[in-house]
Ligand binder design. Structure first.
Ligand code: SAH
Length: 473
């Protein structure tokens, strides 16, 4: 987070107090989607605001060089402000920037990538290499996976919804606007059933009660639906579960009812064991031509429409003719690997989570790909060991690391492996820029950058980049 030291010392002169009311003009926007306004030179972060708003706020916390404040009233709305269509957008911890017009959200994400590439990566004029951002035509109802915590409200009524930001207070909402509309029907049926059979939701404080979360997955192309009840117990502790299965089976597309048992005192949503109560153990969906089986524990990209765009770009940047050897590092369940396999001679995938590697192997078999091989382990260990042993130089390396970016040992090995092209898919423009600086120090040239909006109304940014090996002088 960027803070402004010009505020230093000012606090001593102006004694800000908690609950004090101030007027601010919002002039900047943080990576977490908070607006930033200064009182004289002292910066305050204010959730739910956008650049250009003039706002009345209440001070909630004061640190040495900056503070936090809560929005009380928008006095003069910014031209970029819209009324969030979701009635609980402010309370819910999900969408952080619904109040910012969608085209401005896209500009913000494009500018964020540009500024990271310039500031952190040292790529001056990076926007010349950037394609226009791929936003969504209809940025609603895009998610294929939802996890609703279940509890009771102050009046003791059963509720399902989402956690408020930074807390475990449930904001009741069965009509989330970024989720599939069918979730409403599913939640109504499960909660009605819980009322009728007097089934208690889970209570975190006492570690009592049964139903922790209701997880749903909906196949974008297939319409197949999985409902997974996350219980503090086994399937047989959920009274009348067969009846619930019959009721849910009336919903078009219903394919699978699963119970996941999570009996630990933990913030993790899912426990290790699953039991299928009705239907299949998984749903199926497609990305492009490739079919994937998705179980309750599988990692799968949450925005299928935009994932096709993202992987399409990765494939375009890999520029394969059918003869290449490709490594797909941080491959998850092999989604990108299989997307590339139809156009390459051989694809190797590396992923740290064993269960994901099993999914990847199964998905390769489901699609009849015999030219893919998956390794379970850390990319920064598997790849150097393989290279030391074989000395093989692949044609293309694709990486899609988590937010912390690539391990430096892996980056060194990639440079030694010297592929013609590197395709870097990133969910964090800061670490992307840091890693690109290392790769482009000598051997590679940044050729193309595309930002794809996978997470409308949140601050997350997904980027795909093509690097070409510089030709020797
Ligand atoms: N490419 C996949 C998944 C990307 S998410 C897809 O598009 O679906 C990043 C993946 O990196 C996760 O599956 C995570 O488990 C994995 N991962 C994290 N650290 C790793 C490491 N050191 N080595 C290999 N994989 C790792």
């Amino acid at each position: 987070m960027k803070t402004d030291n010009r505020g230093a010392g000012l606090k001593d002169k102006i004694h800000f107090k908690k609950n004090q009311d101030l007027h601010l003009t919002i002039e900047d926007f943080t990576r977490e989607g908070e607006g930033l306004g200064k009182y004289h030179a002292f910066p305050f972060f204010v959730k739910d605001t956008v650049i250009g708003d003039v706002v009345a706020v209440t001070v909630t916390k004061v640190k040495k060089n900056y503070g936090y404040a809560r929005l009380k009233e928008v006095l003069v709305p910014s031209p970029d402000r819209v009324d969030p269509p979701c009635p609980v957008a402010r309370q819910c911890g999900g969408c952080k920037i619904q109040q910012l017009a969608y085209d401005r959200q896209l500009e913000y994400k494009f500018d964020l990538v540009k500024s990271c590439l310039e500031r952190i990566g040292g790529f001056a004029g990076a926007d010349r290499l950037m394609e226009p951002i791929y936003g969504m035509e209809d940025p609603w109802h895009y998610r294929n996976k939802a996890q609703f915590p279940v509890g009771r409200d102050r009046q003791g009524r059963l509720v399902a919804g989402f956690y408020a930001g930074r807390t475990h207070t449930i904001v009741a909402n069965r009509d989330c606007l970024i989720q599939a509309p069918v979730n409403r029907e599913i939640l109504d049926l499960v909660l009605m059933h819980m009322e009728k059979y007097k089934i208690e939701p889970y209570h975190e404080t006492g570690h009592t009660g049964l139903v922790r979360h209701i997880l749903t997955r909906v196949g974008y192309h297939t319409g197949q639906i999985m409902v997974c009840l996350v219980l503090n117990g086994k399937a047989d502790s959920f009274a009348g579960i067969k009846k619930l299965a019959r009721d849910l089976a009336g919903i078009e597309g219903m394919t699978s009812l699963v119970v996941n048992s999570n009996m630990e005192r933990t913030n993790r949503i899912l426990g290790p064991a699953c039991q299928t109560v009705w239907g299949q153990d998984y749903i199926e969906d497609y990305i492009g031509e490739v079919k994937y089986q998705i179980g309750p524990l599988s990692f799968f990209q949450v925005n299928p429409r935009q994932t096709e765009v993202l992987y399409g770009k990765a494939l375009e940047y890999a520029d394969l003719s059918g003869h290449e050897t490709v490594w797909d590092l941080y491959c998850g369940i092999g989604t990108i690997s299989l997307f590339l396999a139809g156009r390459a001679r051989k694809v190797y995938g590396v992923e740290i989570v064993e269960a994901a590697v099993e999914d990847a192997r199964r998905n390769a078999a489901v699609n009849g790909f015999e030219n893919v091989e998956f390794f379970a382990g850390k990319a920064e260990e598997v790849v150097p060991a393989h290279f030391e042993k074989t000395g093989d130089h692949p044609d293309v390396i694709v990486v899609d690391p988590p937010r912390k970016g690539c391990d430096s040992r892996l980056l060194e090995t990639m440079l030694a492996m010297a592929p013609e092209k590197i395709v870097y898919v990133s969910c964090d423009p800061g670490t992307l820029a840091r890693d690109l600086k290392i790769l482009c120090f000598k051997d590679y040239e940044l050729k193309k950058v595309t930002v794809v909006d996978q997470f409308a109304h949140s601050c997350h940014v997904e980027t795909v980049v093509r690097l070409d090996r510089r030709s020797l002088p």
